[in-house]
Design a binder for this molecule. Sequence first.
Ligand code: NDP
Length: 451
Amino acid sequence: MKYDYDLFVIGGGSGGVRAGRLAAEGGARVALAEEYRMGGTCVIRGCVPKKLMVFASGHSGALREAREYGWQIGEGRFDWQRFRRRLDAELDRLEGVYRANLGRAGVEIFDQRAVVAGPHEVVLADGRRFSAEYILVATGGTPFVPEVPGRELAWTSNDVFLMDALPRRVLVVGGGYIACEFACILHGLGVETAQYYRGAQVLRGFDDEARGHLAELLRDQGIDLHVGTDVERLERRDGGIRVKATDGREATFDAVIYATGRKPNTAGLGLEAAGVKLGRWGQVEVDAYSRSSVPSIYAVGDVTDRITLTPVAIREGAAFVETVFRGNPTKPEHDLVPSAVFTQPEYASVGMTEEEARDERPVEIYSAAFRPMQGAFVGRPGRVLFKLIVCAETRKVLGCHIIAPGAAEMIQMVAVAIRMGATKEDFDRTVAVHPTMAEEIVLMKTPVRRA
Ligand code: NDP
């Protein structure tokens, strides 16, 4: 045989594992190398532990509300150690599932780092060399912390899952998915939480109205959010980390968490020497089939810096196998990808923002913000937001934005309708489920504005 393997996958995260498993199930001889833990960012230090922390932190509000609803409950106290033990056990279990699934499919696993040594060659950390007809780079991303004096004092999201005890006062730096999610999680767990974001409003790239609405909710629940504010320097002082901000503000925290983006994980991977073109951020440049500038080397997932979401990486991995091993060239879909920011409440969206849509064509905007029944009953002030962006000519719904408890669950369903090309009139014809928050999505009759 010409090569040791048909496919060598580097990286055991969502994209790499799916591709390796599918290729092996189809009869290919597959190896996969992972230097850390099987499951990658999503399972080990991303989506899964984050969501479990979201659940944990949501109980503080639920307990407060339960009292208002008539339950007699004393002051609760969160036990991080107890949660952490359970979390660790769950991650171990999931890692085992991933490993077992790969093994069942016949994938050979190497628990060590692998680097590319040529278009058809990889080298393991222990020095072994293997040839493969195809190499799939699925090494994901890694947190990026900017060059700020004292940056060695900063944590990233990776460190949060591993902390021994909850800090008392925390600063989260950044205004993206991770920053907003962790600010809510830590606040919900009882940590005094501040958030500094350099731009004018958090969640750049999302719908402006929704961004403003969410920022208000973050502040209302007690997160000390400052926009237009960046960190100038960090120092260990006063028994904590003294932070000087660009607006002159100085404050001391027990931990400072940087959530200032993630960079593709390609450093030292041997890609450029093998002829693989990398982009400005180190991402592997790929075509619509995930093929790099070297025909035998493909890349999927965060390392390509397209849409850095687990379900997208999984689809890219599956499309790669269809294309390369099943003779069925398949481009992964990158449009109409729904996503959710797991703040409290969640912000979920699919399709265009109002700003994107109105730049392209005349639109009608339907939007409703109101206090949902569950909270209004006990005098909780937070309002939910439901918003549809509709093309004035075709009547198609171009985008949907929801800020509400359970918004992520709702958007999954809306995404199907939008993908099918649903018009506003299709939404209107759909009977409401009463009494729910979600019924608002089919009850908004008059546009709040046209643009
Ligand atoms: P994001 O790109 O979402 O946000 C990065 C934030 O850091 C932005 O607010 C950005 O500001 C700010 N920033 C960047 N560079 C600097 C700098 N030098 N100094 C100060 N601030 C800076 O990245 P995240 O790390 O939050 O998440 C990475 C990706 O992971 C997300 O884009 C998403 O695709 C995925 N993810 C998805 C989740 C989900 O589906 N729920 C959850 C978590 C992550 P600015 O806007 O001004 O550039």
